[in-house]
Design a protein around this ligand. Structure first.
Ligand SMILES: Cc1cc2nc3c(=O)[nH]c(=O)nc-3n(C[C@H](O)[C@H](O)[C@H](O)COP(=O)(O)OP(=O)(O)OC[C@H]3O[C@@H](n4cnc5c(N)ncnc54)[C@H](O)[C@@H]3O)c2cc1C
Length: 556
């Protein structure tokens, strides 16, 4: 099977694009390697188009590795009247559960109802009846007793009248992107990470005053700082929270309001939840939840205007940490969670399309009230897309291709609509159980059979196997250490600082598979430690204080 990129493939493809010097006309260039770009690539390759996807950092580096990982209809969208979005989402959820078991798995939710707090059980169950109707199956249940004893031990009982259980699903968001890319590459798509679109090329731009359709992209290989041009019939801008940057080159007004959402990861035993426990923060009545994921518990999320530097990984602030800990401690009063319990943190930036983006902060809609539907724009032949959800990526991709169709060769209708091809029943290695095998097949598809049976032992206490690490190094275009620890596998998040103890073993694997010498390893390890400190840990007090002092000094 054609892999995303064996070592050396990235450099060879860049060389061939440079040698080609823009002679070849691609059908489509997709800018952005999150779930939206990956989905467009998947659907375009299915149509037989010649497509190249580029990502300025690593695949899924943006929001698509830092979401709340729910594959869901979004009950809150239904609550705010977005029935269309909810219907599409629950149908896509069902499809993904069927197509990618092991990668997208059912996750039961539990919502406690408290005296005098909206929504009460009656109205909530009515919402769920509609939710289930849209999904075509009944999947909710009302509990009156035993909730804090066995359903959600430790749950606040004062005022608790009962709880509703309902069904959604959860995934590994970065692996969902990678599996989608893998399917597309197997059908002929080409992908490059650490290649940035720096300039849009336009037809007739050489004649002063004439600005035609977008005809290609000047790309920057961030590893070598070299630029090259690639031409295409159509360019798709799937850059999420960065969408406005490329559209601005075409004179379009800003439309995306970047909203940050942060999460805390704590050990599963410190806040043991078998359900995604959904509740309203007692301070501001915003919905928040704690859910089990890969052996840890994730607490999220916030919803704030994001004004940090977009060139860096977003990071949680001290206020967000306090807000989320307080949420958990109010809802699970006996837990007494503290900062010392936090293994890791992560923050993602929602690319929310806002109608009031030009307004002053005071006149903007409250972040949580902004609609989450996606929008598609055609600016001089460049098709941009932003908004939407992880869950609906296939539908978003189809909308993008519809908008791109006038610029593309006539495409014949395709009957097959599965994102993920059925996996040929490979043989389960004797050393792992059926659940572990299902997990591998979900994450790697047909390539699961290529994982080394000799390395089927777990990395520390996570569900990730050493064989996965080895396979991704050999097959998934790894450029930096952070790619392996934060997105190809998630052990950087699941183990936090503990992953540092594994670095000597990981170093041997990286040096052997990727040919890194000692100096390169030292550079990678240093960069990883800095990154974790800045964006995947509790806020760095030292950095925060220095930054505050700098601001005070400037103001003074
Ligand atoms: C906190 C949070 C929780 C969420 N929870 C859920 C959830 O539970 N379920 C759900 O369905 N959805 C959820 N979402 C929404 C979902 O995560 C996003 O809608 C989705 O990931 C957006 O994907 P994207 O590909 O459009 O953007 P991204 O994943 O951000 O991808 C865009 C990519 O474009 C790249 N790029 C930018 N500029 C350039 C350039 N010039 N050249 C090359 N590349 C470039 C970026 O590096 C980035 O990787 C959540 C979002 C957030 C923030």
């Amino acid at each position: 099977m054609r892999a995303i990129g064996r070592p050396g493939k990235r450099e060879a493809l860049i060389r061939s694009l440079q040698d080609d010097a823009g002679q070849t006309l691609w059908d489509l260039i997709i800018i952005g390697g999150g779930i939206t770009g990956a989905g467009v690539l998947r659907e375009a390759t299915r149509l037989g188009l010649k497509v190249l996807l580029i990502e300025q950092r690593d695949f899924a580096w943006g929001t698509s590795s830092r979401s709340s990982k729910m594959v869901h209809g979004g009950l809150r969208y239904l609550g705010s009247g977005q029935v269309g979005l909810t219907r599409e989402s629950v149908q896509e959820r069902q499809r993904l559960l069927e197509e990618a078991p092991g990668l997208v798995e059912p996750l039961p939710f539990l919502m406690g109802h408290y005296k005098g707090i909206f929504p009460g059980p009656r109205i909530f169950n009515m919402l769920l009846a509609v939710y289930d109707f849209l999904a075509g199956r009944r999947n909710h249940r009302w509990w009156r007793k035993g909730i804090s004893d066995f359903l959600a031990p430790g749950l606040r009982v004062s005022g608790l009248e009962g709880a509703t259980q309902f069904g959604d699903a959860v995934t590994d968001d970065a692996r969902l992107v990678l599996r989608t890319l893998q399917e597309a590459v197997a059908e002929g798509g080409e992908v490059l990470n650490y290649v940035e679109a720096v300039q849009l090329l336009r037809e007739g731009a050489e004649n002063a005053g004439s600005e035609g359709l977008v005809s290609g992209v000047t790309m920057l290989d961030r590893q070598t700082a070299t630029k090259f041009d690639v031409r295409a019939r159509c360019v798709v801008n799937a850059t999420g929270a960065w969408t406005d940057e490329l559209r601005a080159q075409l004179g379009a007004h800003a439309a995306v309001r970047p909203l940050r959402g942060s999460h805390l990861i704590v050990p599963g035993w410190r806040l043991p939840v078998a359900f995604a426990v959904s509740f309203f923060h007692q301070d501001d009545k915003r919905p928040v939840f704690a859910f089990p994921w890969e052996g840890v518990t994730v607490i999220g999320t916030t919803d704030l205007d994001h004004s940090q530097n977009m060139k860096r990984d977003a990071s949680i602030t001290q206020e967000e940490v306090s807000y989320l800990l307080r949420a958990a401690n109010l809802q699970f009063p006996s837990t007494h969670l503290e900062e010392g319990d936090v293994i890791a943190t992560y923050s993602g930036v929602r690319p929310v399309v806002s109608r009031r983006i030009q307004h002053s902060d005071a006149d903007k809609t409250q972040p949580s009230k902004e609609k989450r539907e996606h929008s598609v724009w055609d600016d001089a032949g460049m098709i941009s897309v932003a908004g939407g959800k992880l869950t609906t990526f296939r539908l978003i991709a189809l909308d993008v291709l519809k908008a791109a169709a006038p610029y593309l060769p006539v495409m014949s209708a395709v009957r097959e609509s599965r994102i993920f091809k059925p996996v040929a029943a490979g043989e389960k290695p004797a050393s792992i159980n059926a659940t572990q095998w299902k997990r591998l097949v979900g994450r790697y598809g047909n390539a699961a059979t290529q994982l080394s049976v000799k390395q089927m032992n777990r990395i520390a206490h996570t569900d990730t196997l050493w064989a996965e690490l080895e396979w991704v190094l050999e097959n998934e275009m790894v450029v930096h250490l952070e790619d392996v620890l934060l997105r190809r596998t998630r052990i950087g998040l699941l183990l936090g600082q503990q992953v540092m103890n594994l670095l000597p073993d990981i170093r041997i694997m990286c040096q052997r598979r990727l040919g890194w010498d000692d100096a390169r390893w030292a550079q990678e390890e240093y960069a990883y430690r800095q990154l974790v400190r800045h964006s995947y840990s509790l806020p760095d007090q030292e950095v925060a204080v220095t930054a505050r002092h700098a601001v005070h000094a400037e103001v003074a």
